[in-house]
Write a protein that binds this ligand. Sequence first.
Ligand code: ATP
Ligand code: MG
Length: 470
Amino acid sequence: MAEPPTLLVADDDPAVRESLERTLKREGYRVVVASDGQAGLERLKAGGVDLVLADLKMPGLNGLELLRAAKTVAPDVDVIMLTAFGTVEEAVQAMKDGAYDFLTKPFQRAQLIRLIRKALERRALIEENRALQQRLEDLLRQGAVIGTSAAFQRMMVLIEQVASSSATVLIQGESGTGKELAARAIHERSPRRTRPFVAVNCAALPETLLESELFGYERGAFTGATGRKEGRFELADGGTLFLDEVADLSPVTQPKILRVLQEGEFERVGGTKTIRVDVRIVSATNQDLGRLVREKRFREDLYYRLNVITVPVPPLRQRQEDIPMLAHHFLRVYAAKNNRRLEGFSEDALRRLEAYAWPGNVRELENAVERAVVLARESVIEVADLPGSVVGTAPRVEGLVSIPVGTPLAEVEQRLLEETLRHTKGNKTLAAKLLGIDPKTVFRKLKQGGGEDAVGAAPEASGEGADADQ
Ligand SMILES: Nc1ncnc2c1ncn2[C@@H]1O[C@H](COP(=O)(O)OP(=O)(O)OP(=O)(O)O)[C@@H](O)[C@H]1O
Ligand SMILES: [Mg+2]
């Protein structure tokens, strides 16, 4: 938030108003004041207020009435009630009516500031979530290709440019980056969009099956060919044929594809009739096709035919700005699929998603969010719901404790203790010696952390002596 948040203080006691105003301004907030409920409501209606602090007892419109009115005119603005000692019933009623919390006068400054901070954080989270949802909806209407980063936008500009022609396109990118999505995007933006988009995975089928898939076959072409079958090239006539994992095309199939590209014609397997088609070829690979050509594992002529235009799809780690939006997109998709109501990600969880390198790219992010949606116990996804690989609990290496930055010290201590005990095969006296603490401290800390079970049942050394740590 660039601007400081604006707090509205509604209290009929000028001394309270002034004291609150002074305190809150010192904390860097903007403060507007109202001397009764009615004035408070008017100020709220005028807009720009982020949080309300309202006295319960005020002449005219009292605190409860102001609260109820606030919930209708500005439902997103939280209200903290200030109550005098002995007004428990009204405070309870205020909570029922949607107050964020209440403070009983006289309250401590620290208490007040903490509450304000919490309320504002929640509001910021809700707003961020809403803004993302809005942008997401705009993008979904454009065809579910999500991303606003510069790297992603460059790719989309290229896609728009190549879409209008019939030039062959080679989409190059690491696995899971969205190559198939890019191929569909090209088709959907092309004049061929009303004709079919047909995808073939060149790595999924053995050579002979792939050929009959691509070119079709005539009756009796091979055992079991009881009828004639059209191939994918024919099915894609007028449209786009997507050759996925094109680097895996066999040396026998490669020249056959080249012929379709050069002449626009082919024969069905077992057939003699030449078939002509108008098909645009978009292919994709996560391999370095140029290198395969140099190593003579892929035909050079076919390479140049397929690769009139290259569209590189950037890996996710080069467009981290896209992570929150993609994460929210998948959250919505999988929450709907699993019938779950989830508001979003905790601040911390989102930061972890942004910090991770995503070697499996968008697909890995999608899988992580799907899993988190299923695991989430609260209405937001927490760090604990994310896979260990993402939050940095790397696989265990003997004699080494790897701890992500930001791990609470108590947890660091616990994990170090457990790993040391594993190292000493459960000998607590030895572990204590290695850690430079008293054995009794080891016992105590194990009890606190409930770590006894984690340590195996190795013979126990006695741990006598004074606990210097206490
Ligand atoms: N920009 C994006 N917006 C929304 N969803 C995306 C985006 N990029 C990828 N995805 C989703 O991520 C998943 C992987 O995308 P896709 O299958 O296109 O990747 P790929 O590069 O073809 O992967 P692979 O190399 O594993 O075949 C899909 O579910 C896809 O819908
Ligand atoms: Mg793919």
